[in-house]
Design a protein around this ligand. Structure first.
Ligand SMILES: Cc1ncc(COP(=O)(O)O)c(C=O)c1O
Length: 330
């Protein structure tokens, strides 16, 4: 298993600090979960049925024609490499490590690229994978550029796989509405923007024949009945979408300013996290953890990623810890 944020119980054991005393900023999940609607007993008791309204609500929310709900976009990340013959895969790195892991495990030769290398490599690739906006760096590639890359790949039957797990905050930059084009696959994650990662829901947007093959590979009942009810309510609540977008943008800007004020200007970020590259990332991670603040540490390149503090008290706690760190390491 690869390393991820959100391992709070491990931190509890490792640092000997009680669970309720932690400030967990180790994931990029919005810290304000959407309210949970009443879930009818049937949703628990019966097997989930498709076309109960979830697909329609998701299509409307994402502005797309065709999609497949899955048990978290992670399920699709693992399955998609099994739906192609072995071929040369390029991944824009650093990114969410499950992508490289899944393609390699399925036997595809893989090269890691940065954005500037794509043009030169594209005609030798069968698949290009990227996260947009990227986790953890926050780097964003424009829709125009992505669609041009997709067109070149699709000419030869290739795929462009765009993981838009953090795109709900900036839907104007999404390419999901173009994903009926053969060879363009877009992944969306429900848990991050709606702050409900525990329900395990994602959507794959692509042309219907590919969605059909993916559905067959994943099998029936992948998304639970309660999740289907809950997600429909979240997708339909437009007023709450705007409020969440605003709230995240403001909190992310405050987080960036806070970091800058403590001498740790972010290297990148998006509206759900900030990213700071530093040779002393491991030391900073450990310093904060000893004060009950959990951030996500990356080794290569050395960096930390901080999710959004939920309120002013959490911001103050982080600011105080970073100020202490600055003093101790001056
Ligand atoms: C970029 C990215 N894609 C996909 C996922 C998987 O998310 P989920 O399976 O909850 O949709 C994550 C989880 O952190 C992620 O960071």
């Amino acid at each position: 298993m690869l390393e991820h944020g959100g391992r709070l119980l491990r931190a509890v054991r490792q640092y000997g600090i009680a669970r309720e005393d932690w400030l967990d900023l180790s994931s990029g999940i919005a810290p304000w979960p959407y309210p949970i609607p009443p879930i009818p007993l049937d949703a628990w008791a019966r097997l989930p049925e498709t076309d109960d309204g979830l697909e329609d609500a998701a299509r409307r929310y994402y502005g797309v024609q065709h999609l497949l709900p899955v048990a978290g976009s992670q399920a699709a990340i693992q399955a998609l490499p099994l739906l192609r013959p072995v071929g040369r895969v390029g991944v824009l790195t650093p990114c969410y490590a499950e992508h490289t892991h899944a393609w390699q495990r399925a036997g595809h030769p893989l090269i890691e690229l940065d954005e500037n290398q794509v043009e030169a490599e594209l005609d030798q690739l069968d698949v290009l994978v990227l996260v947009n906006p990227n986790n953890p760096t926050g780097r964003r590639v424009s829709p125009e550029r992505l669609l041009a890359w997709h067109a070149r790949l699709a000419e030869r039957g290739g795929w462009l796989l765009v993981d838009e797990a953090f795109m709900d905050n900036t839907p104007e930059h999404s390419v999901a509405h173009c994903a009926e084009r053969p060879g363009l696959i877009v992944l969306r994650s429900f848990g991050k923007f709606f702050g409900l990662a525990g329900v395990r829901l994602g959507c794959v947007v692509a042309e219907p024949p590919l969605l059909q093959r993916l559905a067959e590979l994943l099998g029936p009942w992948t998304v639970s009945g309660p999740t289907r009810v809950l997600a429909q309510a979240c997708f339909a609540d437009h007023a709450a979408h705007h409020a969440q977008i605003e709230r995240c943008a403001q909190a992310s800007q405050r987080l960036a300013a806070l970091l800058q004020g403590c001498g740790m200007a972010p290297t990148g970020g998006c509206d759900l996290f900030q990213y700071v590259r530093s040779e002393r990332a491991a030391q900073l991670h450990d310093f904060l953890a000893h004060r009950g603040i959990l951030v996500r540490l990356f080794e290569q390149p050395a960096a930390v990623r901080l999710g959004l503090p939920a309120n002013a008290a959490h911001e103050q706690r982080l600011a105080q810890a970073l100020t202490d760190y600055q003093k101790e390491t001056a």
